[in-house]
Design a protein around this ligand. Sequence first.
Ligand SMILES: Cc1cc2nc3c(=O)[nH]c(=O)nc-3n(C[C@H](O)[C@H](O)[C@H](O)COP(=O)(O)OP(=O)(O)OC[C@H]3O[C@@H](n4cnc5c(N)ncnc54)[C@H](O)[C@@H]3O)c2cc1C
Ligand SMILES: NC(=O)C1=CN([C@@H]2O[C@H](COP(=O)(O)OP(=O)(O)OC[C@H]3O[C@@H](n4cnc5c(N)ncnc54)[C@H](O)[C@@H]3O)[C@@H](O)[C@H]2O)C=CC1
Length: 444
Amino acid sequence: MKKIVIVGANHAGTSAINTILDNSKDFEVTVFDANSNISFLGCGMALWIGNQIDGPEGLFYSNKALLESKGAKIYMETPVTHIDYDQKIVTGVTQSGEEIKAPYDQLILATGSQPIVPPIPGMTLENVQLVKLYQHADEVIKKLESPAIQNIAVVGAGYIGVELAEAFKRNGKNVTLIDIADTCLPVYYDTPFTDMMKQNLGDNGIKLAFGETVKAIEGDSKVERIITDKNQYDVEMVVMAIGFRPNNALGKDNLELFRNGAYLVDKHQRTSIKDVYAIGDCATVYDNSIEGTNYIALATNAVRSAIVAAHNVLGNDLESAGVQGSNGISIFDLKMVSTGMTHAKALSNGYEASFVDFEDYQKPEFIKEDNHKVKLRIVYDANTRRVLGAQMASKHDMSMGIHFFSLAIQQKLTVDQLALADLFFLPHFNKPYNYVTMAALSAK
Ligand SMILES: Cc1cc2nc3c(=O)[nH]c(=O)nc-3n(C[C@H](O)[C@H](O)[C@H](O)COP(=O)(O)OP(=O)(O)OC[C@H]3O[C@@H](n4cnc5c(N)ncnc54)[C@H](O)[C@@H]3O)c2cc1C
Ligand SMILES: NC(=O)C1=CN([C@@H]2O[C@H](COP(=O)(O)OP(=O)(O)OC[C@H]3O[C@@H](n4cnc5c(N)ncnc54)[C@H](O)[C@@H]3O)[C@@H](O)[C@H]2O)C=CC1
């Protein structure tokens, strides 16, 4: 039997294990994970902290027993400390200090990412929190019960920061949201959209401290204040959410890396060493919007890249279709989704980029119930007319609409091709001249 070793058993690792074992019984699959749990959906963390769901139980979809019932050998709480890429041997160390040596024919690295820790004074004070794992969320929730914690600074107004700012507000805390950029969600949206989210956060009582650089966190053993280049805020907890860094400790000296340290992979998820694959947050993706290699840490990419790697391990020549970095967020009922490049990013990447904006009700005005305005921006290349990105915002759940644009970018469609696409009409759902058609028709 061929031996497969997988390092990391969260979203990417679990997806690889399932794909291999659901498709073949000819492989011996050995898995190591440093953590004590598998498959925690970080995307549900804010809902759990904000008391919008009953508890964390539903945020797990797999476990050691389930994966072992399929035939995998799973070592939990067993960090891999060394990989001998010449001899093809992985070494893990159990909690009791026992060394496990697992030889492999093919190796899949699924070691994910870690929150970025900024090099500022005060990071080791009590109540400075990182938020990635189940254990992190559990610790934050226990601390929120203390009446001593009333004022919280969230650093980073990206996806995690904005979601957690809402969650802390739902707990009745005073929240200050700090970002080095002059707005929130700048990676994903252009100004008209980030302005909507800014307004939404402000209207819901979140104090915004954008365009400020955090210099230090201060206190006498516990957090008492956070200092930026412009202000200082008295807080009892600081939550750091300024992005992820790929976990490359096991391969950084052996494998070719991307500029941020992620393992550089091809469309088969192959690294620079034969028989070594990398998937999920520790690896690069092929980004169809920029037509090149990128780093986009998302559970969706983790699961799909794992399926690709697993099929290649099985001997099926499967190539990734690439990604568009499609994403979504819902904060105090404001829903925003985006895919591909923003206009700002397209310009900074050297494209002669244009955009078209359109805003309209989702359904005809005679429908009074659950009918909200939807704002849409399509970003496209002014020369080739190729669709480069799209953004949508509404109180209506229009999220499925972004998939249309995601596929358009993947298939290199032009904005003019979208204009004449066959989109159905029914008043319960949309308008005969819907905003997608109208926006695409209006593209200059
Ligand atoms: C709060 C939050 C909200 C999020 N929301 C969304 C969302 O809504 N949508 C979305 O698409 N994505 C979301 N994400 C991102 C998503 O969680 C990640 O992209 C995803 O976890 C990546 O999965 P992964 O398996 O590649 O890596 P990870 O989840 O980082 O897992 C890596 C695994 O490898 C193990 N490991 C690492 N090193 C070793 C070692 N040396 N030995 C053994 N094991 C090791 C770790 O213990 C871990 O279990 C969110 C993330 C967070 C934190
Ligand atoms: N809904 C979704 O799809 C979600 C996706 N995720 C993913 O998880 C990953 C990590 O999320 P985030 O940590 O929120 O990263 P992010 O990349 O979304 O946002 C990081 C934010 O931190 C800011 N920042 C960077 N350095 C800073 C500094 N020194 N001081 C202050 N601000 C600073 C940036 O300007 C940015 O706004 C991302 O890939 C994200 O897409 C996370 C949560 C939800």
